[in-house]
Design a binder for this molecule. Sequence first.
Ligand SMILES: C[S@@+](CC[C@H](N)C(=O)[O-])C[C@H]1O[C@@H](n2cnc3c(N)ncnc32)[C@H](O)[C@@H]1O
Length: 264
Amino acid sequence: MDRRLEVNRSNWNERTPVHAASDFYDVGAFKAGHITLTDIERREVGDVSGKTLLHLQCHFGQDTMSWSRLGALATGVDFSEAAIDLARSLNDELGLDTRFIWSNIYDLPDALDEQFDIVFTSYGVLTWLPDLDGWAEVIAKYLKPGGTFYIVEFHPFADVFERSDSGDMIPTYAYLPNELFFDGNEPSYAGSRVIESPTYEWQHSLGEIVTALVTAGLRIEFLHEFPFNSYPLHPAIEQGDDGWWRFTKHNESYPQMFSIRATK
Ligand SMILES: C[S@@+](CC[C@H](N)C(=O)[O-])C[C@H]1O[C@@H](n2cnc3c(N)ncnc32)[C@H](O)[C@@H]1O
């Protein structure tokens, strides 16, 4: 595996138990039957009952098992052994039938040889991928002809702005594709414990994402941009009664998330 992905895998192994104990992931509610998928992906993916679904970068699998609870025949893939071990133990404890595969997504052809009705991925995945052409080829390989690919993800435009307390949108970081290195010792987005290990991350523009999917042979059905976020990415963002986070100061003028549905 690419040395930078090995670094990231260690980071995700360190994060997984912290996330599992966090309010953000609320494993207790999940065990009690909660579906962790949001209204957006449930509506935009549509009815999954009886369909085969491959979830790329599934973390410890609550979303994957939620698709199973909605009737899909779901398979989750992640390269963190800590995440896949926890996903399998939750699946067994809850008596679900979700399958979990421990693999780097780029190496998945070594571990899995079948095709699916739906390939799904969501929220915080693309930043971990150095090569979107390779990612899109994996998606195309695992879709049946006529199958559906769906992603809902944080918008790359939102990464451009400094997270200032004032709520002012100060363009600070590059939008176009670039590699970033973070030397660790920062808390994760879930849980309060500091994560010591470093990460490599990659910024991908919307053009790069769409072009990778089209080049792999997928036909884009829609690309939606949302002026709200599932996560309080910025200190000046406020949560509405509907649960989504918005920049009230900016009158919803900036995209925070996007979704794409495409067909093979
Ligand atoms: C932010 S999490 C995804 C979160 C998911 N939407 C959730 O809420 O649980 C990103 C996941 O990508 C996984 N990941 C990162 N790079 C990967 C790779 N090359 N192959 C497989 N999994 C990868 C990490 O282990 C982590 O579980």
